[in-house]
Design a protein around this ligand. Structure first.
Ligand SMILES: *Cc1c(COP(=O)(O)O)cnc(C)c1O
Length: 478
């Protein structure tokens, strides 16, 4: 299994990249994203045999298709998937159980992806990624300083995955006072020596600017092995493919049946994994993409125009983990849409990187996007979100969070007879308690463990927009 860049590098050379190389790297040097040269397939016989596997074994079988045994020994991969996907970490033996929402909408189900340590779906990939990173760094005799900016879910998932891991430190910037009390408690109560929380007096974009300033100092970056765990990381995408396979197998009894997925997605990370599962041969009918008011992606699938927004045009919504202006993983899908034509991708993203847009509406490829790739899309607003949370609770007694509500709302608009829809639950309601309360009139109840977490001492360094101070903290750490 060799990897190439969406913009052409590594394509016609002897030094194609391997999984373990791609795992620790970000963008390719040509600015593109890394993808397998050809996607592996899942056979009919495999699908049948996998029906009875526990989640960790399914994860091993799916991910092993993307990894050469000579690159990363499969026996070691099996140890890591087994350690990552346990009841201790995800609270259930099934890891991603299904719940019927029949009473709300016949044929609609929920797949729970948010039973991990930070109560959001990013744990699904990050819990494995922490182990893969520790393993690879030890093998390559390297250390890594993970530097990131977060407005919530990504930062906490990264910290819980990396805490206590050898050779890894995490420096996570968050906007002071702008996350919910629950999110603050989750991150700042970690006391591990390798986790560093930095609250910046400013907004999320200020945090992002500091990360960029540190990363643009190439000498500092090299000297201190600065890296990221953002959503373009290929390890995260392959780990996410697994829950689509599991969702399909759990919802069906025979491989002749099809299902559709309704997916809340902002950076195109969540739904890209669904696209890959479908291309590998999982019988997925439709991939229903749900956005919030930041509808860059829905606009593309409805019109063929991809027009990233400026930060100032990005709304703050009540499903904040999808408040994006540019979908970083989208380039990987368009690469497949355009028949793996790296030259065309490079030309299109030259426009995007200059702040422009592109229009594929008159191309045969875009006209085939629904038929060939199964994509449809829709947008959900604050009012839709509130009504969906309320109606779901009234009819099924299931309380959902705001992002999941976007998926349920847009999913319902695309229901077809005979084909069930699995809506992906991407966070628990307690993480977005204020909006859930606005919808149903009460705060989502906390478990005893969550109440105890709220009372733990918190550890965070608060500062202004001080790039040098962040650099000094990193320099002092390893
Ligand atoms: C990150 C996130 C999403 C969207 O994931 P993408 O990778 O942007 O597709 C959806 N819901 C929640 C709760 C998230 O944290």
């Amino acid at each position: 299994m060799k990897y190439i860049s969406t913009r052409g590098s590594f394509t016609n050379t002897a030094h194609k990249q391997t999984f373990s190389q791609v795992l620790l790297s970000g963008l390719a040097e040509d600015g593109g994203l890394m993808l397998p040269e050809t996607l592996p397939k899942i056979t009919e016989a495999e699908l049948t045999a996998w029906r009875t596997l526990p989640y960790h074994a399914l994860a091993f079988n799916v991910i092993a298709k993307f990894v050469d045994n000579t690159d990363l020994p499969h026996a070691d991969l099996a140890v890591m998937t087994k350690a990552a996907y346990t009841k201790e970490v995800f609270n259930t033996d099934e890891i991603t159980p299904l719940t019927s929402l029949q009473a709300l909408q016949p044929g609609l189900m929920l797949q729970h992806l948010s039973n991990g340590p930070t109560l959001a779906f990013k744990d699904m990939a990050m819990q494995l990624l922490g182990r893969l990173f520790e393993y690879e760094l030890a093998r390559q005799n390297k250390t890594l300083n993970i530097l990131g900016a977060t407005s919530g879910d990504t930062g906490s998932a990264a910290e819980y995955a990396m805490r206590g891991r050898k050779g890894i430190s995490v420096f996570m910037l968050s906007p002071a006072g702008r996350m919910s009390a629950f999110q603050r408690a989750q991150m700042y109560s970690l006391q591990d020596a390798n986790i560093h929380n930095i609250a910046v007096v400013g907004v999320f974009d200020d945090c992002q600017d500091i990360v960029k300033a540190v990363s643009n100092d190439l000498e500092f970056k090299r000297k201190h092995n600065i890296g990221t765990v953002n959503s373009i990381n290929w390890g995260r995408i392959v780990a996410q493919v697994v829950y689509y396979v599991r969702g399909y197998l759990s919802a069906t009894t025979s491989n002749s049946q099809k299902v559709s997925f309704a997916v809340p997605s902002g950076n195109f990370g969540n739904i890209l994994a669904g696209h890959i599962a479908r291309e590998m041969g999982v019988p997925i009918d439709t991939l229903i993409l749900a956005t919030n008011e930041n509808n860059v992606l829905a606009e593309f699938f409805q019109t063929g125009v991809y027009r990233p927004r400026k930060s100032a045009e990005t709304f703050e919504t009540s499903s904040p983990s999808m408040d994006i202006s540019k979908a970083s993983n989208f380039e990987r899908f368009v690469f497949h849409l355009l028949g793996c034509d790296a030259e065309r991708i490079a030309a299109l993203w030259k426009e995007v990187d200059r702040g422009g847009s592109f229009d594929l509406s008159n191309t045969p490829e875009f006209k085939s996007v629904r038929e060939r790739f199964g994509f449809v899309a829709g947008t959900s607003t604050h009012a839709n979100r509130l009504a969906t949370i309320r109606e779901t609770f009234q009819r099924t007694n299931v309380l959902i969070d705001t992002h999941t509500a976007d998926a349920v709302y847009v999913g319902r608009a695309h229901i077809k007879q005979e084909i069930p829809i699995i809506a992906l639950e991407t966070a628990l309601p307690i993480k977005f308690a204020a909006t859930v309360e606005e919808a149903v009139g009460f705060e989502p109840p906390m478990t005893d463990a969550q109440k105890a977490m709220m009372k733990l001492p918190q550890q965070v360094t608060t500062m202004g927009l001080d790039v040098n101070r962040v650099k000094a903290m990193i320099a002092a750490s390893l």
